[in-house]
Design a protein around this ligand. Structure first.
Ligand code: SF4
Ligand SMILES: [Zn+2]
Length: 386
């Protein structure tokens, strides 16, 4: 009898979680439908922009990476699943009409001069979606881009992002043949290795175990395998975020998988923006991120992305107004070049007490109850059920 009762409670909790995840997905769909741009809103043969990132790479040492923000077609997951809960990248895309091959190649050719002028030796190509998804970037465009980039002088490495479902042995071997010895790094979004968090609060639409298998396949094929993790997901407290990320990073380090830690920004056109407008979300404290890097078992395998992406943001990771800019400078100009925990900024008196209070505060409400309460606050605003 007791056993049956436990089963009943467990299945009730599971159905409640699934119901919440569906409500979150409906919100994401509604927000996407409101903001998706019409095709050809933007120039399709111009990239969105470029950025030079000097960074430490565990396999290559210091690299000067030219990041090319390509104008993308539209992430398929935004259209089919509403997109990840924090994502506003779709607003900078071509609204789902695939960008022709010659326009894609034009975008890359324009990046060449920046590559040379900035003295870069590696390239990151981000298309606000999945590089390996033929619906977003045709196979012939993928080939042409990789072939072009591999011919640039002194190039050591190319980084792409994709959803794990597009990583197959055949697709990766094809890319490697085209790159002819230039190293390929592939980044897969996963956010949390805890399925109960990942499945409830991200609307990412991927399975943790399947994504890990794809990262292991990439390693087996000799690629750089990098898990994309955002710090901090909505609905979680600062301390839950820290514990979840530390557990995830520790496990990934044990598996020999690198981490690209992306501190959360509030992008316009995302569910996160609605939560932020309702006062239900604050971007992470920079101190929390620093404490995570201090605690990480191998800081050399955790890359901290600058807090800037291809779209405008409404709010960014911060401490107080007195120290945020200085601490960011120390973090990116000193620590990120050495990845030595001794180079991490020291806590400062201006806001450490406030941060510590928030960092150690427990929340008595369960995560499920919090998700339900927070969703109820935004659903009415966007025409989802209240
Ligand atoms: S975060 Fe990436 S995978 Fe998620 S919806 Fe945005 S572009 Fe697509
Ligand atoms: Zn401060």
């Amino acid at each position: 009898m007791a056993y049956q009762a436990i089963i009943a409670v467990e299945s009730f909790m599971e159905s409640q979680t699934t119901d919440l995840a569906q409500r979150l997905s409906q919100c994401a769909h509604a927000v996407f439908e409101r903001h998706v741009p019409a095709p050809n809103t933007f120039e399709i043969d111009q990239p969105i922009g470029y950025e030079l990132r000097t960074r430490f790479d565990k396999d290559l040492g210091h690299v000067r990476r030219l990041v090319v923000y390509m104008r993308g077609t539209l992430c398929d997951w935004s259209r089919k699943g509403g997109g990840c809960v924090y994502c506003g990248f779709y607003r900078a895309t071509n609204g789902g009409v695939r960008i022709p091959d010659d326009a894609c190649l034009n975008q890359i050719n324009q990046a060449y001069q920046h590559y040379i002028d900035l003295g870069a030796d590696s390239v990151g190509i981000y298309n606000d979606g999945s590089f390996l998804n033929p619906a977003e970037l045709s196979e012939s465009a993928q080939h042409a881009i990789l072939e072009t980039v591999a011919s640039w002088p002194g190039i050591k490495s190319v980084t792409i992002e994709t959803r794990g479902s597009f990583v197959t042995r055949a697709a990766i071997e094809r890319c490697l043949r085209i790159l002819r010895g230039v190293r390929l790094e592939v980044c897969l979004g996963i956010d949390s290795l805890d399925p109960s968090i990942q499945g409830l609060v991200t609307n990412r639409g991927v399975r943790v175990d399947a994504t890990i298998r794809k990262l292991q396949l990439l390693k087996e094929l000799g690629c750089g395998a990098t898990a994309l993790m955002v710090y901090k997901l909505p609905f979680l407290t600062e301390s839950e975020t820290f514990d979840d990320l530390l557990g995830s990073i520790t496990r990934l380090t044990e598996l020999g998988i690198n981490v690209d830690l992306e501190a959360m920004t509030v992008q316009s056109g995302s569910v996160l923006e609605l939560l932020h407008q309702e006062g239900l979300y604050r971007p992470p404290w920079i101190w929390s991120i620093i404490e995570l890097l201090r605690a990480a078992p191998d800081p050399k395998s955790v890359y901290l992305s600058p807090f800037s992406y291809s779209v405008m943001t409404k709010d960014v990771p911060r401490n107080c107004q007195h120290c945020s800019e200085d601490v960011k400078r120390e973090l990116f100009d000193r620590y990120e070049l050495s990845r030595d925990a001794g180079d991490l900024p020291q806590l400062r008196d201006c806001c450490v007490a406030t941060w510590r209070e928030e960092f150690t505060r427990d929340c008595e409400t369960s995560l499920e109850a919090r998700v339900a309460q927070h969703l109820a606050r935004i659903e009415g605003r966007i025409g989802c059920r209240a």
